[in-house]
Design a protein around this ligand. Structure first.
Ligand code: ATP
Ligand code: LTN
Length: 336
């Protein structure tokens, strides 16, 4: 039994508690995490150290973190199966993050599109952390010797950098890190904003109508879908250039399991009004049990604390082992 567990591949992933969790996070990432928990040895984290690369209001940051923790449990993360912790509770992340900064090139970081996007968006606070964010992300992954990292397609570039850093370190010293592969789901890989379907749905978007939150009320969800931007063709068909409709079809497909051909057949001869209402209803129905479980978890602070404390203890044991190995190879004097 123990051996079978050891032979499973390791999965690591994380999400930032930078705001309320969106339907994009849920369909693109969280739902997949849940389904991977039996087949793999999974470790999950809330990447709160990453979150402070954008200025946070302390009380709200704390609340977002606890809510995200409870919501992930509500989505089906099982802390008995998969250690689930808060990144700042395991200091090895910050330590290896610094070390890997010294093995990452300025030029590599300059090419990261998320840095370019976020620095344009927060032009008044283009801090060094925003720039070196991908080496901290590499540290998250490499500490656990992860084989696979499930992420949305927006994180692929960061993952490639993590692979390069791992390869470089292994080449300079000796094999130390497992070189991780991305694990990108086919459906739901990128859910777009309902207001600007050329941009991804993002929890830190200022336009809240573009973004459906997992904890939105049914009325809010319906209102946002009814207002979703489409086109002037009034025809439910998946086609290049129909970004708004394609996105709604993607969402509908994700929550109902129907493929695009059957969705097109279902709405043949119907207008966008009917289609948007159907998508809204399907999403509301899909999220309802998650919302119910969330209310139970968030009311039980003692249970939440027990879970994240135990998660950090389990994660720490693995992370320390990797960090010690790295430090020994570099030539740091052990404290003894
Ligand atoms: P922020 O707005 O703070 O950048 P975010 O909503 O983009 O946040 P992250 O915390 O960066 O979310 O991402 C968490 C996970 O959700 C990642 O695996 C990411 O790939 C995935 N994800 C984020 N947005 C989407 C989306 N619109 N569609 C599919 N997956 C997404
Ligand atoms: N950068 C990711 C969140 C994140 C992550 C990670 C994902 C931080 N550390 C490690 C996978 C593995 C994001 O913004 N989506």
């Amino acid at each position: 039994m123990e051996n079978a567990e050891q032979q499973k591949k390791v999965i690591f992933s994380a999400i930032q508690p930078s705001g309320s969790i969106t339907l994009g996070n849920y369909l693109g990432a969280l739902r997949n995490w849940v389904s991977l928990q039996d087949e793999y040895r999974c470790i999950f984290a809330l990447a709160d150290l990453h979150t402070i690369t954008v200025r946070q209001e302390p009380a709200k940051f704390r609340k977002n973190t606890l809510e995200a923790y409870a919501l992930l449990l509500a989505c089906g993360i099982d802390p008995e199966k998969s250690p689930f912790f808060i990144q700042s509770h395991v200091s090895a992340h910050a330590e290896l993050g610094w070390i890997l900064d010294c093995y990452t090139q300025f030029g590599e970081l300059s090419r990261m599109t998320q840095f370019k996007d976020k620095s344009a968006k927060h032009a008044d606070n283009v801090n060094a952390g925003l720039f070196t964010y991908p080496s901290l992300m590499a540290a998250d992954i490499l500490l656990y010797q992860a084989d696979l990292v499930p992420v949305g397609v927006d994180q692929k570039q960061h993952l490639e950098l993590a692979r390069n850093i791992a390869d470089r370190f292994n080449g300079l010293y000796s094999p130390t890190f497992t070189v991780p592969d991305p694990y990108i789901p086919k459906t739901g890989a990128k859910i777009m904003s309902l207001q600007d379907p050329t941009k991804k749905m993002s929890k830190s978007d200022e336009n809240i109508n573009g973004c459906v939150y997992v904890l939105d009320t049914p009325d809010d969800i319906m209102r946002k879908f009814r207002r979703a931007v489409t086109d002037s063709q009034a025809c439910v068909r998946y086609e290049e250039g129909k970004d708004g409709v394609n996105n709604l079809m993607g969402i509908y497909s994700c929550v109902t399991g129907k493929d695009f051909a059957s969705i097109e057949a279902e709405f043949q001869g119907k207008g966008y009004g009917d289609f948007k209402t159907a998508v809204g209803e399907a999403v509301i129905q899909h999220l309802q049990p998650v919302q119910e479980r969330f209310r139970q978890y968030i009311a039980d602070k003692a249970y939440l604390e027990k879970c994240y404390r135990e998660g950090a203890e389990k994660a720490e044991a693995i992370a320390r082992r990797t960090l010690s190995k790295v430090m020994r190879k570099i030539g740091f004097v052990p404290r003894g």
